[in-house]
Design a protein around this ligand. Structure first.
Ligand code: PRP
Length: 196
């Protein structure tokens, strides 16, 4: 199988023929994740929150965030309909996997990798309220604020970012690129030459 990912240097990569350049490096990401972790540890003092990761993109952020919490906490997952292989949203949100945990009376923290149009983050709390949690908060690593079309309740935001396509640290382009420890943005200077 031909490789999708070409690492050029510290700053640029090619993924599925598109050139990307570094946007947030792993150190910046880790520092911010730990800041949020400290804040959540303070805010949930004496409580035992359950973190609900939204698959697939949130798995890496969720993992690092959870490791930074200094308290008892639990984890579960839900999965919504995917955007598929392309760079734009379909505009339709469906639940593909429900949470397994009993969330009644629990302190629920929804964990997202990115809020784009906001449709997913608008849908999830509505769904969660059906379970009657004791409290409900949201955290997202990235908020593409210029693209957000609906009111979304965001309690913790890692980075507010401009309206550009990003990949890495859990975020994909056609299911590849999630393993990158840094986050890259699409380079507006266009597509690369095919790999030799
Ligand atoms: C991405 C991301 C969020 C959602 C945000 O998921 O993980 O869940 O899109 O977009 P929105 O604000 O426009 O709703 P995606 O459906 O691409 O699936 P993935 O997490 O498996 O990559």
């Amino acid at each position: 199988m031909a490789a999708n990912l070409l690492l050029h240097d510290d700053q640029t990569i090619t993924l599925r023929g598109e050139r990307f350049r570094i946007y947030l490096d792993a150190k910046q990401i880790q520092e911010r994740v730990h800041e949020i972790g400290r804040q959540i540890t303070r805010d949930y003092d004496g409580k035992r929150p359950i973190l609900i990761g939204i698959l697939n993109g949130a798995f890496m952020f969720l993992s690092d965030l959870m490791k930074s919490l200094r308290m008892d906490c639990e984890v579960d997952f839900m999965k919504l309909s995917s955007y598929g292989a392309e760079m734009i949203t379909s505009g339709v949100v469906r639940e593909l996997k429900k949470t397994d945990a009993d969330l009644e009376g629990r302190h629920v923290l929804i964990v997202e990798d990115i809020v784009d149009t906001g449709l997913s983050m608008q849908y999830i709390p509505d769904k969660m309220r059906e379970h009657a949690p004791a409290s409900l908060r949201t955290v997202t690593l990235l908020h593409k604020f210029e693209a957000t079309e609906v009111d979304v309740p965001l309690d913790y935001v890692g980075f507010r970012i401009r309206n550009r396509f990003v990949v890495g640290y859990g975020l994909d382009y056609g299911q590849v690129g999630r393993n990158l420890p840094d986050i890259y943005e699409l380079d507006p200077n266009g597509a690369d030459q095919p790999a030799q």
